[in-house]
Design a binder for this molecule. Sequence first.
Ligand code: GDP
Length: 440
Amino acid sequence: MFESLSDRLESVFKKFREKGKLDSDDIKKGLREVRLALLEADVNYKVVKDFISRVENRALSSEVIESLTPFQQIIKIVYEELVKTLGGEAKGLDLGGAKPAKILLAGLQGSGKTTTAAKLAKFLKKKGHHPLLVSADIYRPAAIEQLKILAQKVEVPFYEPKSNEKPLEIVKNAIEMAKENGRDIVIIDTAGRLHIDEDLMQELIELKKTFNPSEVLLVADAMMGQDSVNVAKIFNERVGLTGIILTKIEGDARGGAALSIKEVTGCPIKFLGTGEKLDAFEVFYPERLAGRILGMGDILTLIEKAQEAFDLKKAKELERKIKKLEFDLEDLREQLRQMRKLGSVKDLLEFLPGIGRKLNEIEFDEKELIKMEAIINSMTKEERKNPRIINASRKRRIAKGSGTTVQDVNKLLRSYEEMLKLLKQMRAPGRFQSMIRRLI
Ligand code: GDP
């Protein structure tokens, strides 16, 4: 699913990552490549244009460029904007107030409409509903027969039309049958044509007007790319849709329809068909799909954790102190804490592009960090601010309080003195962390 798009994006982000520090030209160049990747994935050009301009506006802010982790910030922005393009929050099914609720399925022949009707019935049954299936496709007796067989498979009642019934009568009688049998949802499969035609549209308009379904869902084939998007646009303009079910998504390497259809039509994607089997059907979650496209798991949570660890404000404050040579043992303790936080998310972050590599440069000896922190914790505030007052008896007290030895306290103080000496050469807090690594 979306492999070719994912691969392209991954190689763009790899270049970003390898650069480390990014300036606005790097970002613009990178985003041009993202734009090409999306166009090649058959995403609607206007959707691409809007998406790139939103990402660019946010990515070129000084907050991103000057941050310690511009790459991660950009990935996060791309991810969040991708979620927006895909529709934002997941939209559930609207079952309205009427009993039974009515769900009308529309779509072209071959889009997977009949299969989807049965999939939806199965899905709703699992959720504790009692659906009933009906086919109003009087033009193709085989389509009615197909749904009848699928209804048996998913063990959901089916209304069998009489030979001379018209679509409106069929649906009316199916609703009666549902009422009599205590069914709470009627799923209506409608006629499909190879192309959009006026009769088809009129029939759908009529069905919608007569029965006022709470959902009018278009079943669209993701593999048809922009053709499906155009079909959805016309159906929405003529009939008025409440949502879209995109089928055959598992075979779609590019993702053009999924990424365009919401923005072009304004209709949310509600479900995905992910295979021929009757349980290959999922609720559509924009966040999960964006995560899949970027080849990542729950990226947002992970990136937020990483950002917490790289606390930008504290890093800047530290930089200021280093420049002024105000660095004391309280600052050292803060650094040790930050490094430990980083250590605790390191395992989680390792698989993420860009972050893992950077973290691998930092070797953590967790025990040593804890020991150093314990020693500093056992000092008085005055000792931390002015370590020169720490004499032999204070050292013994500190060692006892922290469960360490006087040698350990001496080692820490020596390291601190060495750091002070090196401070003049220091420019960035990043280098500071690697310096601590060398010293412990
Ligand atoms: P209809 O003409 O729109 O009613 O389409 P059908 O329900 O008859 O489906 C057409 C073909 O698409 C059938 O072979 C289905 O098995 C297949 N199909 C439907 N949904 C999916 C899906 O999500 N993935 C895949 N791979 N095939 C699907």
